[in-house]
Write a new protein. Structure first.
Ligand code: 13P
Length: 300
């Protein structure tokens, strides 16, 4: 099964496919090991900011490591956030990055035009959909503002949540999916990314809420699997409710990065063990996806 079929099946069956970010290459082994040991399924992924600001080196280095460690019963390789305009306001050659990923065996890719106007976001995404189609690879796009990656103080979370500032508009979501042809849509519904700035990256991530009513409205109109970024620290009841309303893929970074970084002074082995333990907690207690591989790869 390719990643498109797997995510579509998860969407129909009400199971989450987690995507785990790899900001340091040695994190990949315990991520895959934990997925295999719990008979679950997940995506191994890297975002541009992780080779720019962390130590995953490059999309090629991640792909090479993945080819060594992969287990096709439990994993696929995904390219996370390639922004058109990055978290520092710099314009990125997103086409070049994504084309290189497609040539390097990535099995799904994300174009992030969320800092653009609706029309520009549609245009950039459609462009990537046309390129990825030639590789038979699904595309994820983002609409709305999932905050947290920018440096500087975030506005008050409660105010953001109450005002729905930056939330994905359900009507825009319908138009966006129709006109861009994206396979999956990342939405802003109260979720925020864990901080990655030097000042904020070690801070405990805030407990984000999800506006389930708002998500339900998007889900009615979008018609494609929806993606929840900022998976760290969202309470389980929100995660489980959101899966009932169209969320099929959940991105998780901070919950495995911080244990790795905190344990690293005691050695890479100790840090890998910390990632493995964090993965077991996520799989068994937060996302409840133990044995999801059997459902995803089993009979309809
Ligand atoms: P967290 O760091 O909050 O888990 O978010 C991860 C993410 O959404 C990466 O795309």
């Amino acid at each position: 099964m390719n990643t498109s079929e797997i995510v579509n099946k998860a969407w129909r069956k009400g199971i989450a496919i987690p995507g785990f970010n790899i900001p340091y290459l040695p994190m990949m082994a315990p991520v895959i090991e934990a997925l295999r040991d719990t008979n679950s399924f997940g995506l191994v992924m890297v975002a541009r900011l992780e080779w720019k600001k962390f130590e995953s080196k490059s999309l090629e280095a991640i792909s090479a490591e993945y080819q060594k460690l992969k287990d096709e019963n439990h994993t696929r390789l995904h390219l996370d956030h390639i922004p058109v305009i990055d978290e520092d306001g710099i314009r990125v050659d997103f086409e070049e990055n994504i084309s290189r990923a497609l040539d390097n065996g990535y099995e799904s890719v994300m174009i992030d035009g969320s800092r653009l106007s609706l029309n520009e976001n549609i245009e950039c995404t459609r462009n990537i959909v046309e390129i990825a189609e030639k590789y038979n690879v699904p595309v994820e796009a983002e609409l709305g503002a999932v905050m947290g990656h920018e440096s500087g103080r975030m506005p008050s979370y409660d105010e953001l949540f109450e005002s729905k500032k930056g939330f994905t508009s359900p009507d825009d979501a319908r138009r966006f999916v129709e006109e861009s042809g994206t396979d999956w849509l990342s939405v802003a519904i109260g979720n925020v990314h864990g901080a990655i700035s030097v000042a904020g990256k070690q801070e405990k991530k805030l407990e984000a809420k999800i506006d389930i009513e708002h998500l339900a409205k998007i889900n009615k109109l979008a018609g494609v699997p929806l993606v929840l970024h900022g998976g760290t620290g969202i309470r389980r009841k929100y995660i489980l409710e959101s899966i009932k309303h169209g969320i099929a893929k959940i991105n998780v970074a901070t919950a495995i990065r911080q244990p790795y970084e905190n344990a690293l002074p005691r050695g890479v082995d100790v840090a890998q063990e910390a990632v493995y333990r964090a993965m077991l907690d996520l799989i068994k207690d937060e996302l409840l996806i133990e044995n999801s591989k059997d459902i995803l790869f089993g009979e309809e």
